[in-house]
Design a protein around this ligand. Structure first.
Ligand code: 4AD
Ligand code: MG
Length: 462
């Protein structure tokens, strides 16, 4: 029995002239009097391999039953192709049908489907060119995340998914409970959380940051890469209820060092995917966003602009643009503001630093002005915020007053405070939204199309 070859290897001419076995799904079939052609794909690459089935071949009789979507085994010889469009093809010797498809019922026909239609077909959309390319680019980017940090000696930390603390202090968390919602235990007229699995309320994590800080203050350079959850009811093209975040946390590092890390990291990811997924990137560039490859290339060679929040507000006020949300010092930047700065005003990625403390999380380091904190957001064209991070407040007394101001309980964060009591050190970290990164790289409009099974308000199918 022959070993299965990947179509990617065959198209590169590996095993040319030899006997090969391919296994995959039929994309199209064409027949003439003397010969039939099948285009087969196995997901190993964007391109299909052409299979030539001579009508003299005994198995040619099977051709009638084959349609788009059928799965097949094909044995034959890898030969140089006479036709246009491919260098190699397979001259079939033996054909075997593994799974038939009724063409009347198979939802993925030859024509191009809308992305909306395909979202309801999450079990079949990986077979389309678009979602095959998506899966490969995403996988490649995930590998690049690890190789970037591992090459630099960072330790990969698995932060917990279930947590009793709210890292961002922002609400919007999914509760995890074993209580019977139809018959809640009560004590003194309120739900008895003591009866719950953990003896107190527990949630799905919104960020692994606080745990990463624990390890940074011991191992110096760490990162997490895992799923995070937010129950915000935002039905936008940039929000998911379940998404993946990459969170490096670095001891003895200030905000400037962190901004440089973020810049190096993004450039590494972009050049990695350009180098390792050239065909898939060409595909996205052709069908979805005609500037994406060029944009990534120019970012790799650029220097990220750094401006303060106050400077950003001045630029927005001077812009003469008609924004939907008013621009006022003290209010958060909206996506339209972020996009103006990175797309129109600056024309490249921009790192905005030193936001007002009142619109940022309690753990960010207070500046000497008493009004702003050492926060940073990295903004990129089309997406806006792709990274959010900060230098952390390492001074115990200041952290405590920020906690109190935010109305958070001191007892709850006792261990976070103790880190500042025992050998505290300056440290900084950021979170990169992994789906937003895939979205930016591929040029896809909607974040739901860069994740296999999107979870959004009122949708958790598959
Ligand atoms: O800016 P955020 O909320 O930062 C944090 O969670 C920090 N604890 C990170 C840190 O300092 N370690 O989120 C970080 C990034 C955002 O910049 C964005 O790219 C992405 O996560 N993000 C989302 N992506 C998809 N769907 C959502 N609902 C997202 N919310 C945030
Ligand atoms: Mg943010």
């Amino acid at each position: 029995m022959l070993r299965r070859s990947k179509i990617r290897e065959l198209l590169a001419g590996e095993a040319a002239g030899g006997a090969v076995l391919v296994q995959g799904w039929v994309k199209t079939k064409r027949s003439s009097k003397t010969v039939s052609f099948l285009q087969i794909n196995d997901g190993s690459t964007l391109a299909d391999i052409q299979v030539v089935v001579d009508s003299e071949l005994p198995d040619h009789a099977l051709m009638d039953s084959l349609n788009t979507g059928c799965s097949v085994n094909i044995e034959g010889t890898l030969v140089a192709s006479l036709g246009k469009g491919q260098r190699y093809e397979i001259a079939a010797r033996r054909l075997e049908v593994l799974g038939l498809t009724d063409p009347e019922e198979y939802p993925l026909q030859k024509k191009r489907h809308t992305l909306e239609f395909l979202r309801d077909m999450a079990h079949l959309r990986p077979r389309t060119n678009t979602f095959g390319a998506m899966a490969r680019v995403r996988s490649s980017l995930a590998f690049a995340v690890h190789s970037f940090f591992q090459q630099r000696g960072y330790v990969y930390l698995h932060a917990p998914i279930i947590t009793a603390s709210d890292a961002e202090g922002a609400g919007a968390m999914f509760r995890v409970t074993t209580l019977d919602l139809g018959d809640l235990p009560t004590r003194d007229g309120a739900v008895d959380n003591d009866a719950d699995f953990f003896g107190k309320p527990a949630f799905l994590t919104v960020s692994g940051q606080l745990e990463a800080e624990i390890f940074a203050l011991a191992l110096s350079d760490v990162y997490t890469f895992g799923p995070t959850f937010r129950a915000e009811n935002s039905n936008t093209s940039r929000h998911l209820a379940e998404f993946w975040m990459v969170e490096p946390e670095v001891a003895f590092c200030d905000l400037d060092g962190l901004a440089s890390l973020a810049e190096d990291f993004l450039k590494y990811l972009f050049s990695y995917v350009l180098e390792h997924c050239p065909e898939d990137m060409k595909f996205f560039n052709k069908w979805f966003e005609p500037t994406t490859v060029e944009t990534l290339r120019s970012i790799v060679d650029s220097r990220f602009e750094r401006i303060t929040y106050t400077e950003a507000i001045d630029m927005l006020k001077a812009s003469g643009e008609n924004f939907e949300f008013p621009v006022e010092w003290g209010t958060d930047l909206q996506s339209e503001h972020e996009r103006y700065l990175t797309e129109k005003k600056i024309g490249s990625p921009v790192i905005v630093t030193d936001y007002p403390k009142d619109i940022k999380a309690f753990y960010m380091r207070l500046n000497d002005d008493g009004q702003t904190v050492r926060a940073m957001d990295v903004l990129v064209p089309r997406i806006g915020e792709i990274i959010g991070g900060s230098q952390r407040e390492e001074r115990r007394d200041l952290l405590l007053s920020r906690l109190q101001e935010a109305g958070l309980s001191e007892e709850h964060y006792w261990w976070y405070l103790e880190l500042r009591q025992f050998g505290t050190a300056p440290h900084s970290g950021f979170g990169l939204g992994f789906e937003r990164t895939v979205q930016f790289v591929t040029g896809m409009q909607n974040i739901r199309d860069v994740v296999a099974f999107p979870r959004t308000p009122r949708r958790a199918e598959f």
